[in-house]
Design a protein around this ligand. Structure first.
Ligand code: 3PG
Ligand code: MG
Length: 397
């Protein structure tokens, strides 16, 4: 898959002004970066261009500001990035105009400069050609290393690719390679595990997956909607009753496509939505009227693990229980550990991504054992939905 993109192997960056779109949208608390994973991921691209004598000009957004606002400044993130890459990172207070042009003009080969939040200009999200042209003036080539922002057709994520010679950065390259192996040209059989609270946010994803994978495990709150649609009484569990018909349609589509749907066969039920509240395993025919399903039960865990054993490739998005509250993390942790062990034993290619998923795998202590973990949220979901990502499409040769 990567062969259809230009990469850093296809360009001599020495002396060039390289506009590098990165994702600096990291979690922050009190001015400090609380999870530097995204910064660590972009380090190889930045270091390589700098070491080869290119001028690295970083473009990124932070948050969803409406105009300039101090709390969405990239300045503290640029400082945290310098710590991660162990090189100085200069900062300019604007992404375009005189301020940016002067900062770029002062760069020497190998220097690294971070420009202020591109979203301080509303023209960024509008992919306004005049703004794209302003950004393009600052560089000779454009490198996109922000897969996690590739679902946005913004000036810095997409527009620049039409204006300057465009290349995939090393992280983008690795991500496209890993994702390609997981769904586009996977080693079969392929299993997907999809969890999370709601069917409503994942209808497109489920509809696409059932046509591509051999088995689909549905867990989390969304499984309750499927169980309800099949006549199971789910008590006070989270359940989107109005989506019963949608759930049945997805089941039908799966059957027509030869995809096995694996739903929970038992459940951990509690009477309060709270950590460590008393809970028990119940069969699906015995969920109490006042009970809430908060995790998959032990028989379901066995079922999921044996389905993982049957697979050569796994794609995982979303926890299968309320994993942020013990003991309702058990199903997710058990599945994650099993998948990690199969991966270590070279029996499985495992790819995971999307919001809560990375947190869940970190919690299970197995994030390093998966074949690939994407830091993308929305972009990972859109990729699983089978949608073209504008920031990737523009890189295609
Ligand atoms: C993310 O954090 O998911 C990406 O940086 C995209 O951010 P956005 O959803 O605000 O476009
Ligand atoms: Mg997002």
């Amino acid at each position: 898959m990567t062969n259809s993109f230009r990469t850093l192997d296809d360009v001599d960056v020495k002396g060039k002004r390289v506009l590098v779109r990165v994702d600096l949208n990291v979690p922050m608390d009190g001015g400090k970066v609380t999870d530097a994973t995204r910064l660590e991921r972009i380090a190889p691209t930045i270091t390589e261009i700098s070491d080869k004598g290119g001028k690295v000009i970083l473009l990124a957004h932070f948050g969803r500001p409406k105009g300039r606002d101090d709390k969405n400044s990239l300045k503290p993130v640029a400082a945290a990035l310098a710590d991660v890459i162990k090189k100085p990172v200069a900062f300019a207070d604007d992404s375009v105009g005189d301020v940016a042009a002067e900062a770029v003009g002062a760069m020497k080969d190998g220097d690294i400069l971070c420009l202020e939040n591109t979203r301080f200009h509303s023209a960024e999200e509008k992919n306004d050609p005049a703004f794209v042209a302003e950004l393009a003036k600052l560089g000779d080539i454009w490198v996109n290393d922000a897969f996690s922002a590739a679902h946005r057709a913004h000036a810095s994520t997409e527009g620049l690719g039409h204006k300057l010679p465009a290349y995939a950065g090393r992280t983008m390259q690795a991500e496209l390679d890993a994702l390609g192996k997981a769904l586009d040209a996977p080693t079969k059989p392929v299993i997907a595990i999809v969890g999370g609270a709601k069917v409503s946010s994942k209808i497109d994803l489920l509809e696409n997956l059932v046509t591509k994978v051999d088995a689909l495990v549905i867990g989390g709150g969304m499984a309750n909607t499927f169980l309800h649609a099949q006549g199971v009484k789910v008590g006070k569990s989270l359940c989107e009753k109005d989506l019963a018909a949608t759930a049945l349609r997805i089941i039908d589509k799966a059957e027509a496509s030869g995809c096995a749907i694996i739903l929970p066969v038992d459940a951990i039920v509690a009477f309060h939505f709270a950590a460590n509240t008393p809970s028990h395993a119940y069969g699906l025919d015995a969920i109490p009227d006042e009970g809430m399903i908060l995790d998959v039960g032990p028989q379901s865990i066995e079922r999921i693990n044996s389905a993982i054993d049957d697979a050569a490739t796994l794609v995982w998005n979303g926890p299968v229980g309320a994993f942020e509250m013990t003991p309702f993390d058990r199903g997710t942790v058990a599945g994650a550990k099993h998948a990690a062990a199969r991966t270590k034993a070279k029996k499985l290619i495992s790819v995971a991504g999307g919001g809560d998923t990375v947190a869940a795998l970190n919690h299970a202590g197995v994030a390093d054992d998966f074949s690939y973990i994407s830091t993308a949220g929305g972009a990972f979901l859109e990729w699983m939905e089978g949608k073209p990502l504008p920031g990737v499409e523009v890189l295609k040769k």
